[in-house]
Write a protein that binds this ligand. Structure first.
Ligand SMILES: [Ca+2]
Length: 198
């Protein structure tokens, strides 16, 4: 639990962690079943929290989500959504987002992925009629036809910003080597006076 006065540090649950380290890389090219239940190491290294748990948390009460994205050359970018919800499996864990803020120029996640169901290589729910975004990109995501950002894709092996890697569309593609997504109940900061504690 966070402590009152620990400004903006309390109450968060990390739901996705990517780190392009020299060892211990986690394979994110996983099945629907694995994305449902989660995989990786929550203590250190990389991990995916699991869609069933995301749904279980975010349907009960409003949640916010925070993203930290580090580009291979351009430094770190920050985004936050005041509303983040994942629907149930019957709706293929559809992503519902609102309330963007941050220092990114384009809200790639809302503009392409809000309202999209989740897809993996073995469960194609994307809107690309003749193809499979999960197979084409690697990783599972709320693919549309296909993405303006995908944070479970493979890490870059070069500085080619057009390769199908872990990235976010700004004016040019940001190509990422370090990503953290975390969520907490929207009213957490008010309850624990986090935002106003200076
Ligand atoms: Ca498809």
């Amino acid at each position: 639990m966070g402590q009152p006065g620990a400004k903006d540090t309390g109450g968060w649950t990390v739901i996705l962690r990517r780190r392009n380290t020299t060892d211990g890389l986690v394979d994110f090219n996983r099945t629907w079943s694995e994305y449902r239940t989660g995989f990786g190491d929550p203590g250190e290294g990389e991990w995916w929290f699991g869609l069933s748990y995301l749904h279980a948390l975010t349907y009960r009460q409003p949640y916010e989500v925070d993203l930290l994205l580090r580009d291979i050359e351009k430094g770190t970018f920050h985004a936050q959504y005041s509303s983040f919800r994942v629907e149930d499996e019957a709706h293929n864990y559809k992503l519902i987002l609102a309330g963007f803020s941050g220092n990114l120029t384009h809200d790639a996640l809302t503009s392409k992925h809000h309202g999209s169901p989740f897809s993996t290589w073995d469960k194609d729910n994307d809107s690309w009629g003749s193809g499979n975004c999960g197979k084409s990109n690697g990783g599972g995501w709320w693919f549309n036809n296909c993405h303006f950002t995908t944070l479970t894709a493979p890490f870059p092996t070069s500085a080619d910003r057009n390769a199908r890697t872990i990235r976010w569309l700004e004016d040019d593609w940001l190509v990422l080597d370090d990503v953290t997504l975390k969520i907490r109940p929207f009213n957490y900061a008010e309850r624990f006076n986090v935002h106003n504690s200076g």
